[in-house]
Design a protein around this ligand. Structure first.
Ligand code: UDX
Length: 442
């Protein structure tokens, strides 16, 4: 039985660990954070992710997964070691590799037999070779001549459907240098192989690039459609129907063409900037990626302009905000468009009542640190509309698709409704007495 250790029990590490233990492997997840490890051993996950709690409890009960802060023992026990630590953004946009390199040093410091080291963290092209070198140097310092393999195996998990994405992957990308490592990785993912999930076997550098290229392309798709929203508003075209028409072309595809307030989250903003930085370092001009980032900033700012143009002066205005997370089905507030949009509105004197089904705790931490005046963190969407001049529908939670609009309207003191996810039809909203604004539909 292959033993797997996963270093880093954050979002990616935890989902990977829980899913691989459910595939039948013996998994140990490691993290420095004692509190998180203690809770995980009791079956309490530090993040919200559909299906995660059930799988965690099931595999804890079956003793296929355990959690520890003891990196030494985990490295020594494992046949395969996954690196799944964070690669946050440096001030200049580059990926911060401190955690990855620290783990590489520890692996080299503690390993005592042949291992396969798999990088799952999103890292610039060339990092896999650097990790390999660090481990070699640590072994040399210990005068050990141990064999080991380096593999790059990027993740493509979406928050909110990470468990599903892991078990129904479109592809598994494996960047490796030996047949033995390739065979071991295929064994790890055997459950998917039987499902006919395609495996792409390439070199380490290509695997590292596939990850950045995929995320940058998806971000570009969103920025492309968002850039056209203003033109649609001015010309009388309907962006949703334009996207449908484009998507009917099999070469384009209908996914990721939903216009909105801009993309956010822990991946697209960070990875596009990191790719641009890698391009600059190599003196390659990545103009399309640059334009994608700029269009996203512009889109957030344009949402504020739509509100300001409709309402006139924003000083003293009160707005109820439905949804704060960067997208639905997650409690994650990282780079959420709501942060920039509310900040900008606050600078013009607006106050808010806010409600999000899952992200309220995380939002509180950020709003307290900033200058966003919150009248109340509300219990539901109706509470958030009480005495408001306007509503912003910011995040497309399912429960916001069937609002009792009459109730909302009655609660409000004004009648502006800004639907930044294009959920409602203009006719119905006007009929209900709202001044209705959306994105890319004139
Ligand atoms: C993304 C990638 O999808 C995933 O493969 C990668 O591993 C990590 O980054 P995630 O950040 O969880 O996943 O979210 P995703 O569902 O891709 O959405 C990202 C952002 O784009 C959200 O802010 C979302 O609202 C926005 N978006 C997405 C749009 O505005 N329109 C779309 O059509 C799709």
């Amino acid at each position: 039985m292959m033993k797997i250790s996963i270093i880093g029990s954050g979002y990616v590490g935890l989902v990977t660990g829980v899913c691989l233990s459910d595939f039948g492997w013996q998994v140990t997840c490691v993290d420095q954070n004692e509190e998180i490890i203690h809770k995980l051993n009791q079956g309490i996950a530090p993040i919200y992710e559909p299906g995660l709690d059930d799988l965690l409890l099931k595999n804890l009960y079956n003793k296929r997964i355990s959690f520890t802060t003891d990196i030494k023992q985990s490295v020594m026990d494992a046949d395969i070691i996954f690196i799944a630590v964070g690669t946050p953004q440096n001030n200049d946009g580059s990926a911060n590799l401190t955690n990855v390199f620290e783990v590489a040093h520890q692996i080299g410091h503690f390993m005592n037999s042949k291992k396969i080291i798999v990088d799952k963290s999103t890292v610039p092209v060339g990092t896999g070779q650097l990790v390999k070198k660090i481990i070699r140097e640590e072994l040399e310092a210990r005068e050990l001549n141990l064999d080991y393999d380096m593999v790059s195996n990027p993740e493509f998990l979406r928050q909110g459907s990470a468990i599903y994405d892991f078990t129904h992957a479109d592809r598994v990308v494996i960047g490796a240098e030996s047949q033995e490592a390739i065979d071991a990785m295929k064994e790890v993912y055997r459950v998917l192989f039987i499902n006919e999930t395609p495996f792409l076997i390439v070199n380490i550098e290509t695997a590292e690039m596939v990850k950045y290229a995929s995320n940058a392309f998806l971000a570009t798709k969103i920025s492309f459609i968002n850039e056209l929203t203003e033109l649609c508003e001015k010309t009388g075209a309907n962006i949703q129907q334009v996207a449908t028409g484009m998507g009917m072309d099999g070469r384009i595809g209908s996914k990721f063409l939903h216009a909105g307030p801009g993309y956010g989250g822990s991946c697209f903003p960070k990875d596009t900037k990191a790719l641009l930085h890698i391009g600059n370092q190599q003196q390659c001009n990545l103009g399309i990626i640059k334009a994608t980032i700029e269009a996203n900033e512009k889109q957030k700012h344009r949402m504020v302009e739509i509100i300001a143009q409709a309402m006139g002066s924003l000083n003293g205005k009160r707005i109820g905000v439905l949804g704060l997370a960067f997208k639905n089905n997650t409690d994650d507030m990282r780079e959420a468009p709501s942060l920039d949009i509310l900040n900008e509105l606050a600078l013009q004197g607006t106050q808010f009542r806010v409600y999000d089904p899952k992200a309220m705790q995380n939002a509180k931490k950020l709003f307290h640190a900033g200058q966003i005046p919150i009248i109340k963190y509300c219990d539901d969407e109706y509470d958030a509309s009480l005495d408001m001049d306007a509503i912003i529908l910011m995040t497309e939670w399912n429960q916001f698709r069937s609002l009792n609009l009459d109730h909302i309207k009655k609660n409000m003191r004004g009648n502006y409704f800004f639907d930044f996810r294009n959920i409602y039809s203009k006719e119905i909203m006007v009929q209900k007495g709202f001044q209705y604004y959306c994105v890319g539909r004139s």
